[in-house]
Design a protein around this ligand. Structure first.
Ligand code: B1M
Length: 210
């Protein structure tokens, strides 16, 4: 088994310490951080999702796999995020109300930081009022993540709340997350959609004309 496969398996098995030490080893061996991220960590979570769908994994297994992934991700963060870049703009990001999935959102936040943005991470289960507050505090982009089909409508609710608060014209709205599509983004009146963390950076730059 290659080291990448071993990391992937450690995450699937929820072996956090093992995942972290193998990521350290991979970095020492010169494997690129983004190769570890995509080929081992993100791919492991895809597999975990499939095992959950097949009824082989339940919520506790998903949770410990997620913990292992987050531990490993912490090691990669300094390598994925460029330090000391002049901010291109301020982005408030969060997973929408009712949704507790934070790995994809945190990854997008990390990449946006690396792409030169000042990022205010509002966390998970973020109510429309919190996005409104962040906009009043100077966010130029509101970035919403949703992983559940049942929480996607809270993206629309947030856009409507921004409109009702008279703030819609002063902020760009970006959406993403596994069940979200460009068609959905268009339908709810978002300004931008991106399918993954790296394209989210390009989208944010484009939205602010950078
Ligand atoms: Co949940 N879960 N989960 N879960 N979980 C999914 C999402 C699911 C698809 C699993 C499945 O059935 N295959 C399914 C949703 C089904 C649906 O709605 N259609 C599901 C379910 C059902 C649930 C519960 C309801 C289970 C239950 O309790 N019965 C429950 C809901 C809890 C809640 O939120 N209220 C639940 C709970 C959990 C855990 C807490 C156990 C755990 C989350 C832990 C954590 O985040 N700290 C968990 C996990 C780990 C998953 C899976 C396995 C992995 C998610 C993940 O982290 N992926 C997931 C299956 C899957 O997605 N394959 C699943 C890795 C991450 C890097 O990818 O988040 O997609 P992702 O982010 C990507 C892109 O989507 C994009 O960029 C990221 C990087 O490329 N992106 C953006 C994300 N946000 C973006 C924003 C942008 C732009 C791009 O702009 C703003």
């Amino acid at each position: 088994m290659s080291l990448i496969e071993e990391i992937r398996q450690a995450v699937i098995d929820g072996q956090a310490k093992d995942a972290v030490s193998k990521v350290e080893q991979a970095l020492e061996e010169g494997i690129a951080a983004d190769t570890i991220l995509h080929n081992a960590l993100i791919d492991a979570m895809r597999e975990v999702g499939e095992l959950f769908e097949q009824g082989e994994f339940f919520v506790p297994e998903m949770l410990i796999a997620a913990r292992a992934m987050k531990g490993a991700l912490e090691l990669l963060k300094p390598l994925l995020v460029d330090q000391g870049v002049e901010p291109l703009g301020r982005i408030a990001i969060g997973t929408v109300k009712g949704d507790l999935h934070d790995i994809g959102k945190s990854l997008v936040a990390m990449m946006l930081e690396g792409g030169g943005f000042e990022v205010v991470d509002l966390g998970v289960d973020v109510a429309p009022e919190q996005f409104i507050e962040a906009t009043k505090n100077g966010a130029q982009i509101v970035a919403m993540s949703a992983l559940l089909t049942t929480t996607m409508p809270n993206m629309k609710a947030t856009i409507e709340a921004l409109e009702a608060a008279g703030l819609r014209d002063q902020v760009q709205v970006m959406v993403g997350g596994a069940p979200v599509t460009q068609a959905y983004a268009d339908d709810i009146g978002a300004d931008g959609y991106s399918p993954d963390a790296s394209s989210a950076v390009r989208k944010a730059q484009a939205l602010l004309g950078k």
